[in-house]
Every structure is written in C-alpha cells, then in structure tokens.
Ligand binder design. Structure first.
Ligand code: DHB
Ligand code: FE
Length: 289
C-alpha cells in the first residue's frame, strides 16, 4: 500500500523564486535564506519520495473571484507553471499522478470532505517556490522535478477560508486515502505558505517572531491544540496573510503520530529567518521514526 512517511513545511514567498531565477541566491540578502535549505536539499536526495502531495494556495492565478473552490485537487497528468505577470518561472513542468490523485479524491469525498476536482490548472509560486527550495534550480527544458506532484489548492485569499481544525481533519482523511491505495508508494506531504506576513493596509510588513516560533513548537508537539487556533489569532498575531498557515495543518494531520498515538515523529530540520521580501520564512521537516 502507499504510505505517508514525511511532511515538509515551508513558506512560498514569490521573491525567493525570483532570486533563484535571476541568480541572486548568493547575494548577502538571500544567502541566509537559501542556506536554511541546504540540509533539506540533501535530505530530499537521501529520502526521495515516489510522490509529493503538495498543499498550497493559488494566488488568484488559476482561480479568479469568478470561482472559488475551498479545496481543489489536481488530477491532471501535468501542470504548467503560470505567468504571474513577469512571464512563467523558468522551471520544469510539474508532472502529476492522476491515478493516486483520483483515488484520494474518491476516498476523501467518501469521508465527507467535498473536494473540487481539477483536470486542468496552471500552478503559481505557491507550488513552484517550495519545489525550487527543496529541489534546487532545475533546467526548465531538460530538467525535471524529482517525482510526480499532486497539487492540492486551499482557498485562503479572502474570507470565508477553512478553519485550521477543518484542515487538520482533512489531513487525517488524506492519510487514510493514501493508505488505501493499492500500490507501494512512498508519499511525502507538504504544507506551504506563511509564516507571519501582512501585504496590505496599515500593518503591512508585520512580523511576529515570538508567535511564529511558539506556533511551530505547538505544531510539532501538540498538533491537536494547534489545530484549534482560531482565525482571529492568525490575523491578529501573524497578519492578514499569516492565515496561510492553516495549510500546514493539513500536512501535520496526515502524519502517522496523529493517527496512532503509539508512534512518533522526529524533527529532521527546523529553520526560521527574517526577512524575505515582507515575510518571515519558516521551514520544518518531520519524518516517521
Ligand atoms: C508574498 C506573497 C505570498 O504569497 C506569500 O505567501 C508571502 C509573500 C509577497 O508578495 O511578498
Ligand atoms: Fe502566499
């Protein structure tokens, strides 16, 4: 059967993608950001998954205000990097896994989480920047991401957005769905977005190191309590876009220790850095022991 063995969490700041694409990753401003992922790129090589289930949010790229799916699963064979205003990022096409994605859609909907099934979709920085951070720069034409990726888009741009609790419970359902797929696949689940940031209004530029780090501590050690964090806390403490963090709870809810209290996870890597653009960058790797 397929198994989820690790989860990866990372901010997906678009300026990180631009810095990489324009060869600025060794400049003094960016070097400490990319250095925080040196361990992770090696870990990816040593722990190569068969499939990545990548939770991210679309930033009005594939979905405008014409149509707002709260949870959308990408079931296509491939996903083209989107043009977000400066041309598409020079990165490889994302290869999907239609069989596993369709199975997860079927199972999760049967578990009472109604998903939108997306057979054609372009993917934005929310998905491609985490892949670049963990896999390094890739030749857009001859290169390839290390494995198929199932994009899972969560709507967090305008209210109503799903609660952290709903996301956590959905993660649990995704774990069951993966475990009922009849093929031996090693699956990693990624949660992206955050950490504290506000891109608009009088509090633009808000960063809250203390809150971010306390939230990370709780996500690791007491995910059930972390899932109960209400929206108002994210907005007040982590800024209007800090609510992207609810997506990390989907990945956390899919880990083995949540399903089985006798099992344990280990923290393989933890990184926190300010600034990257207007954002605090947070990153974690959790793995079954
Ligand atoms: C920015 C955009 C994002 O989507 C994000 O998650 C963090 C930062 C930005 O525009 O700087
Ligand atoms: Fe974002």
């Amino acid at each position: 059967m397929a198994r989820i063995t690790a989860s990866v969490y990372t901010s997906h700041v678009p300026a990180i993608g631009a810095a990489l694409d324009m060869d600025k990753s060794t400049e003094p401003y960016w070097q400490p950001v990319f250095a925080g992922y040196d361990f992770s790129r090696q870990w990816m090589k040593d722990n190569q998954p068969d499939v990545i289930f990548l939770v991210y949010n679309d930033h009005a790229t594939a979905f405008s205000l014409d149509m707002i799916p709260t949870f959308a699963i990408g079931t296509a064979a491939q996903f083209i990097p989107a043009d977000e205003g400066f041309g598409p990022r020079p990165v490889p096409i994302v290869i999907g896994h239609p069989e596993l994605a369709s199975h997860i859609a079927h199972s999760v909907i049967q578990q009472d989480f109604d998903l939108t099934i997306v057979n054609k979709m372009e993917v934005d920085h929310g998905l491609t920047v985490p892949l670049s951070l963990l896999c390094g720069a890739q030749d857009p034409v001859h290169g390839a991401w290390p494995c198929p990726v199932i994009p899972f888009a969560v709507y967090v741009v305008q209210y109503p957005v799903p609660s952290g609790q709903r996301c956590f419970n959905l993660g649990r359902a995704i774990r069951k769905a993966v475990e009922s797929f009849d093929e031996d696949l090693n699956v990693h689940i990624w949660g992206t977005g955050g950490m504290s940031h506000q891109l608009q209004g009088p509090r633009a530029g808000l960063i809250n190191r203390a809150w971010d780090n306390a939230w990370l501590d709780q996500l690791i050690a007491d995910p059930v309590a972390c899932a109960a964090t209400p929206h108002i806390d994210y907005v007040r403490e982590a800024g209007s876009e800090g609510v992207e963090l609810v997506m990390w709870l989907i990945a956390r809810g899919a880990m083995q220790d949540v399903a089985d209290s006798a099992s344990h996870i280990s923290v393989r890597h933890r990184f926190y850095h300010v600034p990257a653009s207007n954002t605090a960058v947070g990153h974690l790797i959790l793995q079954d022991t």
